[in-house]
Design a protein around this ligand. Structure first.
Ligand SMILES: *Cc1c(COP(=O)(O)O)cnc(C)c1O
Length: 343
């Protein structure tokens, strides 16, 4: 019962090579579930690419990163008094509150840090009016640069320009700026405008998931059952609205398969349209990520822990038990039973 990711390794690596060189001095971001690919695999790829620095999500990922990557490791989640101290010179903490500077200095004198600024994201960061206070407090730590995290919407160049100006004119003893979510072209432009700064891009999604055609997610058919219209099935014993086949495929909530509201039936108007047409959305069904015979199929009920029940209309050819079925997944929430390199 497998739910596997197959990677065309050469194609993926060709993409990584070109994405990595398109933004020179890139800092690959490796966090969470490793964008579905696993953090250790990504750390090995970052080394292969020749990255001197990676950025990880939280201190819980430090041990793995130290074991699998030889260079510097920035921790994106800001340091707090409850963050354990890591005694390794390769670790670079993020400071996002002035008050944490003194606490970290007391715990770990000389620790390497980045100062994060509060951008329009309003997630973490020091307000720019507090930068002078931060600069004064920093004497006992080693400042490696300033970091800004930008939204994913629209163009970020205007905001990045503003922060570049703040850094260039601040009293902070650094000229290094780490940015996110700028295109390669925007990064080049900012670098041209600010030759006095060393600007480096921290990239996750565009690097690791920038060529999804190198990936193929395959679920497996583990059972099929013919059902008549009106027959009740599943945990919820809901009647099926049509005659057809219930297909049980591997892949459930433990693999990150979720239930998303069907777009077609998202609002009342759409829903009544679906009702009028007698579509399966009218029965309250959602589109599943599984494709059988080249078409995305409906969930009969929410995914189970390791399998899902989907519906195949009566006029479709029923797949054999053991047949492979394509699945479209959201990689940042996906967990695969196996990741298989196709050479
Ligand atoms: C996750 C993260 C990134 C990378 O984001 P992607 O969209 O995956 O490129 C960059 N900077 C910070 C602070 C992050 O938390």
């Amino acid at each position: 019962m497998v739910f596997d990711l197959h990677i065309q390794r050469q194609q993926w690596r060709d993409h990584l090579d070109s994405a990595f060189s398109a933004r020179s001095q890139m800092v690959p971001v490796i966090k969470g579930n490793g964008y579905g690919l696993g953090r250790d695999r990504l750390a090995a790829e970052a080394s292969r690419l020749g990255a001197d620095t990676i950025a990880i999500g939280t201190h819980t990922e430090v041990a793995d990163a130290l074991a699998h990557f030889p260079g510097d490791i920035q921790i994106l989640t800001p340091w707090r008094p409850f963050t354990p101290v890591v005694d390794d010179r390769r670790i670079v903490h993020t400071i996002s509150r002035v008050e944490d500077i003194a606490t970290l200095t007391a715990r770990q004198p000389g620790a390497r840090v980045l100062i994060e600024l509060e951008t329009s994201m309003a997630r973490h960061g020091i307000d720019r009016h507090e930068l002078a206070a931060a600069a004064d407090a920093l004497t006992g730590l080693k400042l490696e640069g300033v970091a800004i995290h930008l939204p994913m919407q629209g163009t970020n160049l205007a905001e990045a320009r503003l922060w570049a100006a703040v850094v260039a004119t601040s009293r902070l003893p650094t000229t290094r700026l780490f940015v996110s979510h700028l295109s390669a072209g925007e990064l080049d432009e900012l670098r041209r405008e600010r030759p006095e700064l060393s600007i480096r891009s921290r990239v996750g999604t565009d690097l690791w998931l920038g060529d999804l055609s190198a990936f193929d997610v395959q679920a497996t058919v583990i059972d099929t059952h013919r059902v008549e219209r009106g027959e009740t099935v599943g945990y919820r014993q809901v009647p099926v609205p049509r005659t057809g086949t219930v297909v049980i495929v591997s892949g459930g909530t433990s693999h990150g398969i979720g239930l998303e509201a069907p777009r077609h039936a998202a609002n009342l108007k759409e829903r009544s349209k679906a009702l009028a047409k007698g579509g399966l959305a009218a029965a309250g069904w959602s589109q599943s990520p599984f494709s059988i015979n080249g078409k995305q199929r409906w969930f009969i009920e929410p995914p189970h822990m390791q399998a899902s029940m989907v519906f195949l209309p009566a006029d479709c050819q029923v797949p054999l038990v053991g047949a492979r079925v394509r699945a479209a997944v959201r990689y940042t929430t996906a967990t695969f039973d196996h990741i298989i390199d196709e050479d």
